[in-house]
Design a protein around this ligand. Structure first.
Ligand code: GLN
Length: 288
């Protein structure tokens, strides 16, 4: 991308960038090149293919060059475009929030299934981040109301943007605070959470992209289970009888997390659900 006076077309720049990203160790080099270029050209990805011969204008080239530099430094694509799709909805993301993952859709689908016969369900999302979980539940259940809690003010600001954007802001309240601290005395039909669950010593082994996500959203203490202990220990105080708690977990954590409920008489084990890659990803516990 450095040659003077060269005319870059959509086709030639994608080829060059795909190769460059590959050399930089990017996992899906060609895909990322296409996503970034379609973002800058305000085109659907498919349209790039029918306009392969279209030359890039100077300002487009400059903007793309900036994006390529960031991606080559292993900044995640979603932080460069500022967007991520989740449950078919568009979410704004910044480095203040974890980027929503397809794995977390498994948690949302499980919650939707269990809430479909509940009249006007009340949902608590602990550590809401971008708001992906609670915003998509509210977008799918139009009578549902939600509470989004996060310890990070910056994350809550993004979650609010996403609630507005997806037209659920009137049914969602936001509180800054630590786990249940802002919702003392309230009860819910469902508590949903994708808490930080990476064991501290594994943080340095994560992909460079993941290490650019907020440590606050990743680090789960020595064994990665700190937040599950705290969430599960007090859960029954905040659940209506028959209500449930659905937790996303990391690899090999499902069974240890499920067993945290064994000593709590008001809770019973419901199920473990695997993600699309076959990893046990969601633990569901019920309030008796
Ligand atoms: N899913 C993230 C990852 O391993 C971790 C998110 C979390 O700690 N909740 O990439």
């Amino acid at each position: 991308m450095s040659k003077e006076n060269e005319v870059w077309t959509i086709g030639s720049i994608l080829k060059w960038t795909g190769q460059y990203f590959g050399e930089k160790g990017v996992e899906n080099p060609r895909l990322d090149a296409e996503v970034l270029l379609s973002h800058i050209l305000h085109k659907e990805r498919i349209q790039l293919y029918v306009h392969f011969d279209q030359p890039l204008q100077q300002h487009e080239l400059m903007a793309f060059r900036e994006a390529v530099k960031k991606r080559a430094a292993r900044l995640p694509v979603a932080y460069i475009t500022g967007h991520k799709e989740f449950m078919g909805l568009d979410f704004c993301v910044t480095p203040a929030v974890l980027i929503p993952r397809p794995d977390t859709e498994v948690l949302v689908e499980a919650a939707l299934k269990r809430l479909k016969d509940t009249d006007q369900p009340e949902i608590l999302d602990i550590g809401t981040g971008s708001g992906a979980i609670v915003v998509s539940v509210l977008a799918n259940i139009i009578t549902a109301r939600g509470t989004a809690v996060d310890i990070s003010e910056k994350a809550l600001a993004i979650a609010k943007v996403n609630a507005e954007k997806n037209n659920v802001a009137e049914r969602l309240q936001f509180y800054q605070g630590d786990i249940y601290q802002p919702v003392q005395g309230r009860i819910y039909d469902a508590i949903l959470s994708n808490p930080p669950y990476i064991p501290n010593e594994d943080i340095s082994t994560l992909a460079p992209e993941v290490r650019q996500e907020p440590a606050l959203a990743l680090a789960g203490g020595q064994d990665g289970l700190d937040f599950y202990r705290r969430i599960i220990n007090d859960a029954s105080k905040y659940l209506k009888p028959g209500g449930f708690i659905a937790l996303e977990v990391g690899i090999h954590q499902a069974r240890p997390v499920a067993s945290l409920a064994e000593s709590i008489s008001e809770l019973s084990f419901d199920s473990i659900i695997s993600d699309y890659g076959g990893i046990e990803r969601v633990v569901i516990l019920k309030r008796k």
